[in-house]
Design a protein. Structure first.
Length: 142
């Protein structure tokens, strides 16, 4: 079944129920957007292989850097990401269409509300590390 505003995937639906979120919070494509602590914009969206992607934008790459500058930023961040893999299930990824660097983590589409909450807590902890690191790296190269 394709997720809709009235039938979210199990993990997102369970999370929404537990958090008392209205059905209208879910977009037609099945994506739920949260703003945590008034700072962190986080998306939960059903994706392939019966998973839910938890994502948050870190850094826009659109027209900011070209060539060597972009490579320096991504290389420095990739080195940090390698060390973070030991601590967190999330990792960096590129959204080529939006030209954005994202933090991303997956949970099974059938995960319980508690499992989604646990993943979100871990994801937010990683996000608190990555946001200032990305901003500092971008400023150093600009």
């Amino acid at each position: 079944m394709t997720p809709t505003a009235t039938a979210p995937c199990a993990a997102i639906g369970a999370f929404m129920t537990r958090q008392n979120l209205p059905a209208g919070a879910l977009r037609a494509d099945g994506r739920l957007t949260l703003v945590l602590d008034g700072i962190y914009r986080i998306h939960l969206q059903p994706v392939s292989h019966e998973r839910v992607a938890i994502t948050s934008p870190l850094l826009s790459l659109a027209g900011v850097w070209h060539g060597a500058g972009l490579e320096r930023v991504l290389e420095a961040l990739a080195q940090k990401a390698t060390g973070m893999l030991r601590l967190y299930a999330s990792g960096l990824c590129l959204d080529e269409r939006r030209q954005t660097l994202l933090l991303q983590q997956f949970v099974p589409a059938a995960a319980s509300a508690a499992a989604v909450e646990e993943a979100l807590a871990e994801f937010t902890n990683a996000l608190t590390f990555w946001r200032p690191v990305c901003a500092a790296q971008a400023a150093a190269v600009a």
